[in-house]
Design a binder for this molecule. Structure first.
Ligand SMILES: NC(=O)c1ccc[n+]([C@@H]2O[C@H](COP(=O)([O-])OP(=O)(O)OC[C@H]3O[C@@H](n4cnc5c(N)ncnc54)[C@H](OP(=O)(O)O)[C@@H]3O)[C@@H](O)[C@H]2O)c1
Length: 240
């Protein structure tokens, strides 16, 4: 039975991925901090084992990895989103929190989990389509995910000699506790189950980049071709 480890499996996309992989006969190691949610998840599907740790604490990451044997797939999905509501009174602590969980934590996770991957294994890194285009209030989230994109893309060629394939996942809006906090309209919103199915299929095909839904990501790409000054004008015109 193939083994997959998924971070951020206590809710949203990660939870849906854990259930999807387990239903496809993978042995799943579901990770997160929330012990009660992990317990609940393992009771829903016999193929799911759990590992509770905080990805931002190096010691906990090392201890968790020490409990894991060889893996076929590692999915680094855990993350958080907080917005900079007032750039004029920039919230440095918020910025640090978001960069820490989304980007800096990747360092320890990669250090400990890449070596667990079998030859021919796969590393899947969940970023966001936010990186196609600068979006309002996304200074912290967007900067963290832009870093994640670069990291995943460089790993794609630097891990090739180790025979490890890397998939960078850039979802559009997915209905999860993370987006339930949003107070703006979210076009082409998908369910976490739809996202999990797309990620599962894309990872199976060993795709290098996985972005969805296409009708949203193509639109973002099209807008990203605008001169940056036009994009700034479009976003600020209502205020002047
Ligand atoms: N939802 C979207 O529209 C969307 C779009 C693009 C990209 N994404 C990305 O997809 C990923 C999953 O997002 P989601 O929407 O499914 O969010 P979510 O429902 O809020 O889930 C976030 C997960 O990350 C875990 N997590 C957060 N901080 C952690 C920490 N310090 N240590 C360990 N685990 C931690 C949480 O578990 P615990 O609280 O149990 O620790 C939870 O399982 C994120 O990387 C997000 O940026 C989401």
């Amino acid at each position: 039975m193939k083994q997959v480890l998924i971070t951020g499996a206590t809710s949203g996309i990660g939870e849906a991925l854990a259930l999807h992989y387990a239903n496809q006969d993978y042995a799943v190691i579901a990770c997160g901090r929330n012990q009660a949610r992990l317990e609940e998840l393992s009771q829903r599907q016999t193929h799911i084992q759990t590992l509770a740790f905080d990805i931002t604490l190096a010691e906990q990451v090392a201890e968790a990895a020490a409990q894991v044997d060889a893996l076929d797939i590692v999915i680094l999905n855990a993350g958080d989103c907080e917005y900079i509501d007032d750039a004029g009174s920039f919230d440095g602590a918020l910025f640090k929190r978001v960069i820490t969980v989304n980007l800096l934590a990747m360092g320890d996770l990669l250090e400990h989990f890449i070596k667990k991957l079998r030859t021919g294994g796969q590393l899947v890194i969940v970023s966001s389509s936010v990186t196609y285009l600068p979006l309002p209030r996304a200074e912290a989230y967007g900067a963290s995910k832009a870093g994640v994109d670069y990291l995943a893309k460089t790993l794609a060629f630097d891990l090739a000699p180790e025979q490890i394939d890397v998939t960078l996942v850039q979802p559009g809006f997915i209905k999860t506790p993370l987006t339930d906090k949003n107070d703006f309209s979210m076009p082409f919103l998908l369910t976490a189950e739809q996202a999990a199915e797309r990620i599962f299929k894309g990872v199976q095909k060993r795709r290098k980049i996985l972005d969805f839904p296409k009708r949203f990501t193509y639109l973002l790409r099209l807008l990203s071709w605008l001169p940056f000054s036009w994009w700034c004008w479009l976003l600020t015109r209502k205020k002047s």
